[in-house]
Design a protein around this ligand. Structure first.
Ligand SMILES: *[C@@H]1O[C@H](CO)[C@@H](O)[C@H](O)[C@H]1NC(C)=O
Ligand SMILES: *[C@@H]1O[C@H](CO)[C@@H](O)[C@H](O)[C@H]1NC(C)=O
Ligand SMILES: [Zn+2]
Length: 507
């Protein structure tokens, strides 16, 4: 009797237990789906570190993350009060910085996914501490030059991106004089436009001249969006070599260098500045902005840009890690991994680029990650004139910038400014680019002092590791973890199982 009684009395308790077990299991499966996106099983947690790079300087303290956003930032002194009740990941001396925003990447998806593609490209980004990529409108097939082709991109990105991806649209002769076509493309969500002042190497992406650019700027002004320009203009009279000359040593880097002299960059920028003045306050394209991509010439081209800024043109300029890491003198014969346009110039030019970056005349950095299949790099033949031009670097831009920049005294704050804060501004991303309350929890955790050999044992997360010019280098600065909108998407060699990045469309 006593036992039976006990059973009866236990029944409500058992029911409750069963219910709570069910609830736990249910809750667990909810957690499970979350953990597909993240290598951390919770969505409310703290990160602590001795070196957190905030807009107000580097602090020792903690960042609180909830449902994808940063909800508080506290210094070490303010910290212990919460530490017992919350999930905490302590990163010790490692640096916590805003995730990198790469405004210049060619992911070649859809249409040329054998070159890269959204999954491999965004995995490389995550492994390199990049939490946002803005995809270039060319090298995919078709190019992103209309609402229809943008839709193909957005569809291709669905559930296939490991970090956030936004899209630039193309300004080409076909749409430059058609304001309604450009408006439709901007309304559909591109973050700005990109154009070329020389042949792009891609058939459905023809070059534009200053008249096309002027038209484009007048539309962009209404949207307060930028035009990114590949600023090289062919100067036949100044071509130092005749490409048809069959005595040319096509394996020699200096041959290639002579085919694209600094005067091409200078001529393009000079031409561009005739319309850049439209962007001044009170000008016909006030609100639009010009951004020069991948500047290589640190001489006259840079002087012209500095003058334009002084005159009030709305203009910025980026350069890329390969122009800061390599110089023409050290590029081996036949090593077409180093071919890009504009070309990597001599060591003196490299020094001047660093100087301009440190002095603030170059505003930001981007990867210009532009891979292809190894066959098109002609690595065996080593023909610099025929090989595909483009450097593959996505995963390594942070350690490269840091490793090569240390002797110039690069600071963590500068890295955050060049790689996060200013790129966010260019791409119109107000909730990204800084460790600040209310922003997306897009973060990279890395160890600046940790050195590694980029040898064959190093896991390289891109489709064709063999074409990267950085292989064989010793670098400093190891990415430990990458957090995208609160999801731990990369941790010490491993990616989260599911691709949960968001496509970014302008609203
Ligand atoms: C302008 O673009 C729109 C939308 O793509 C298209 O329907 C129209 O035919 C174009 N107009 C001209 C004159 O090409
Ligand atoms: C640009 O090309 C168009 C033809 O597509 C031409 O009408 C225009 O005059 C050119 N502008 C300049 C500055 O060369
Ligand atoms: Zn590019």
């Amino acid at each position: 009797m006593e036992n039976l009684n006990l059973q009866w009395r236990l029944l409500p308790t058992l029911t409750l237990l069963a219910a709570s077990l069910f609830f736990l299991v249910f809750k667990d499966s909810a957690k499970l789906s979350h953990s597909e996106c993240s290598l951390l099983p919770y969505n409310h947690y703290w990160l602590t570190s001795k070196r957190i790079v905030t807009p107000k300087g580097v602090i020792s303290g903690a960042v609180e993350i909830k449902e994808g956003n940063i909800i508080s930032i506290v210094s070490e002194e303010e910290w212990p009060r919460n530490s017992k009740t919350e999930q905490v990941v302590d990163y010790g001396e490692a640096v916590i910085m805003p995730g990198l925003i790469d405004v210049h990447a060619h992911l070649d998806d859809p249409g040329r996914t054998e070159w890269e593609g959204f999954p491999s490209g965004t995995k490389a980004a995550a492994a390199g501490g990049i939490t946002t990529l803005i995809d270039m409108p060319l090298n995919s097939d078709p190019s992103t030059i209309s609402t229809e082709t943008l839709k193909l991109k957005v569809d291709a990105a669905e559930k296939r991106i490991y970090v956030d991806v936004g899209f630039w649209g193309g300004l080409v002769p076909e749409n430059a004089y058609n304001a309604s076509a450009l408006e439709a493309l901007l309304n559909a969500g591109v973050l700005g436009l990109k154009s070329f002042m020389c042949p792009s190497g891609i058939n459905d992406f023809p070059m534009t001249n200053a008249s096309h650019i002027k038209e484009g700027l007048s539309v962009l002004a209404r949207y307060k969006k930028p035009l990114l320009v590949h600023a090289e203009m062919e100067q036949d009279s100044e071509r130092h070599v005749k490409l048809e000359d069959d005595t040319l040593d096509t394996r020699s880097y200096s041959t290639y260098l002579k085919t694209r002299p600094p005067s091409w960059e200078e001529a393009a920028i000079r031409e561009l500045l005739t319309v850049a003045k439209d962007t001044r306050t009170g000008g016909p394209a006030e609100g639009a902005h010009l951004h020069i991509v991948h500047l290589s010439d640190a001489s006259s081209s840079l002087d012209l840009l500095m003058e334009a800024k002084t005159n009030g043109d709305s203009i910025t300029v980026e350069t890329c890690p390969h122009y800061l890491a390599f110089s023409a003198e050290e590029i081996p014969d036949g090593d077409t991994r180093f071919k890009c346009a504009p070309p990597i110039r001599d060591a003196a030019n490299k020094e001047k680029l660093w100087e301009a970056l440190m002095d603030g005349h170059i505003d930001m950095l981007s990867s210009d990650h532009s891979p292809t299949v190894p066959e098109l790099k002609l690595l065996d033949e080593g023909n610099f004139l025929k090989a595909w031009g483009g450097i593959s670097s996505l995963q390594f831009v942070l350690p490269v910038t840091w490793s090569y920049g240390r002797k110039y005294g690069v600071t963590l704050e500068q890295l955050a400014s060049w790689w996060s804060e200013r790129p966010a501004k260019l791409a119109g991303q107000v909730s990204k680019g800084a460790i600040a309350i209310g922003n997306h929890a897009d973060l990279v955790v890395w160890e600046p002092e940790a050195e590694f050999e980029l040898d064959n044992d190093h896991p390289v997360h891109m489709k064709h590791p063999s074409i990267s010019a950085y292989l064989g280098r010793r670098l400093s600065g190891k990415v430990l973890a990458t957090i995208s909108r609160g999801n731990l998407v990369y941790k010490e060699g491993n990616h989260a199982p599911a691709a949960c990045g968001s496509p970014i469309l302008a609203t």
